[in-house]
Design a protein around this ligand. Structure first.
Ligand code: NDP
Length: 238
């Protein structure tokens, strides 16, 4: 039986590229996003389509939705081998202008959402050899950035969460790693100019380049608690 991968935020952007690469490598993929139609469109475009893979509407920030979604996944597809937490939002603003409801939704999606999906997936991962989780953080979580204090806090939180969970489940041979992208060309960065950013490699990365690194972390059997930068050298210049 092929490995089952759950990709949260798998309908587009970085998660979309991860869904595609994992399907090409023979995984069955459960694509999760709030918008059911876009999750379905992604699955239809994968090799194997809807007969091999699953498209599910799930808001990862909502505990009951996460629970129900993973119950469905476990019942229809079995144990989860890989979990990739790529669901994320930004509502960038200087803190003085930030709306509390936006702060809550960023923290709940980016940080609490990953905690909830990890908790829901772990139940079946405990019995799955080679199980692994990749959380998607950000260079901004390491370095900070004006106008992104809340987003940055959500990503720094993910760093502490990933390190602790890696220690917590290592004895069960479940690996948990953090990938830190720099500027990647997706909807989230639409409108940003490459030339205005101090990126040593002088370009934004592609979602496919991040997906390759996610695949490495999922498969690297002796790597856990690691933080892998995929940022064209950005952190060197911040
Ligand atoms: P996109 O905006 O392109 O895609 C975001 C994905 O997450 C979509 O599939 C979206 O689907 C899903 N999503 C958003 N909110 C939720 C939610 N509450 N529940 C479930 N799914 C949700 O973003 P990117 O691909 O650029 O970003 C992916 C991750 O990488 C994020 O965590 C982001 O913070 C991080 N990152 C991105 C960088 C970049 O430069 N692009 C840089 C550093 C980190 P839907 O809207 O249908 O829910």
């Amino acid at each position: 039986m092929s490995r089952l991968a759950v990709v949260c935020g798998g309908s587009r952007g970085i998660g979309g590229a991860v869904s595609r690469l994992l399907a090409e490598r023979g995984c069955r993929v459960a694509v999760l996003s709030r918008n059911q139609d876009s999750a379905r469109a992604m699955v239809e475009s994968l090799p194997g389509g809807l007969s091999e893979h699953l498209a599910l509407s799930c808001d990862v920030s909502k505990e009951q939705e996460v629970k129900k979604t993973f119950d469905t996944i476990h019942k229809t597809c079995g144990s989860v081998s890989y979990l990739v937490n790529a669901a994320g939002i930004n509502k960038d603003s200087l803190l003085l202008r930030a709306r509390p409801e936006d702060m809550v939704s960023v923290l709940h999606t980016n940080l609490l959402g990953s905690m909830l999906t990890c908790r829901a997936a772990l139940r079946s991962m405990l019995n799955t050899p080679g199980a692994a989780i990749v959380n998607i953080g950000s260079v901004v979580g390491l370095k900070g950035n004006p106008g992104q204090s809340v987003y940055s806090a959500s990503k720094s939180g993910l760093q502490g969460f990933t390190r602790s969970l890696a220690k917590e489940v290592a004895s069960r041979n479940i690996r948990v790693n953090l990938l830190l992208p720099g500027f990647i060309r997706t909807d989230m960065t639409a409108g940003l100019q490459e030339s205005e950013r101090p990126i040593p490699l002088q370009r934004f990365g592609s979602p496919q380049e991040v997906a390759q690194a996610v695949l490495f972390l999922l498969e690297a059997q002796y790597v856990t608690g690691a933080e892998l930068l995929v940022d064209g050298g950005l952190q060197l210049s911040l």
